[in-house]
Write a protein that binds this ligand. Sequence first.
Ligand SMILES: [Zn+2]
Length: 363
Amino acid sequence: MNFRIRSTDGETRRGVLETGRGTINTPAFMPVGTIGTVKAMSPDELKEIGAEIILGNTYHLYLRPGTDVISTLGGLHKFMSWDRPILTDSGGFQVFSLAALRKIEEEGVHFRSHIDGSPHFIGPAEAMKIQGILGSDIAMTFDECISYPADYDYAARSVELTTSWARKCREYQNPGQALFGIVQGGMYKDLRKKSAEDLISIGFDGYAIGGVSVGEPKEEMHEIISFGAPLLPKDRPRYLMGIGDLGDMLKAVDAGFDMFDCVMPTRNARNGTLFTSTGRISIKREEFKYDAGPLDPNCSCHACRNYSRGYLRHLFLSREILSMRLNTIHNLYFYLDFFRQMRQAIEEGGFSRFKETWEQILS
Ligand SMILES: [Zn+2]
């Protein structure tokens, strides 16, 4: 993996991340393909709208279909017929947010599956082994994602554990697979700093900030975002995990982050909430009943080129499968296009204007 920064505008970076399976232009948005599919989209459609990398969830894929199935069927890329880069998370976040009956030990975490209650154990060694079988291009270290609020002593012990797990992940790094370390530390700046320093001393291909958007007020999240970015090496990709609100991502790019993932565009699409160049709309609203115009006149996605708001409203209210497909195509196209425009703005030295314009639209 090779990362180079082509241009900067303030702290903002316009970069290129080269992997064996293709180039990722940054800042980049990664659509989430939780269990080996970006819901409602085929891999060809993802390519058509310009997705350069997608994310897969280790915890979900490990439980279902299971690593034996994916291994037998040739790894995650072949299994889901996606030949561009994949980033897999380590499973840490889901173990701590979804699984039941967790027992944390030095070696890892005992938990029960949220699907059938079966007992499992994942630690750094297991997380690296599973990600090796999945065959992702970028793997993440196994971390403890603490809840909000967390008391200082707990957060401090958690950083120690996350560092020791990160060290083990680095030892077990799979050949040909990049590995990113995840900074934790809750809302405590000194712990965030310590966590970042620990990880940098181990040395990773890229660095992420995890454990944000876990229920804290927005102001605290923004504090950690702007405090966190400069802690990470300038010459490596910086990934802000799980943040997908457009306004939050603008702030994060402004602070110097390069990569993002979130279920927001896909999940919202299925719920009928659509992002447009003039703000969010709910497609089910009465006002669209007789509306012959496109969803977003400034969007050139398949849905906007071919269908009316009135028709999209009808599909949504009738719970038609096509509704989820068209809404998802639009929302993901919108997100990827937002990032294309943002990259162009950075290249032209116009990021602050871009940010101001969008902050007005979003307010
Ligand atoms: Zn569209």
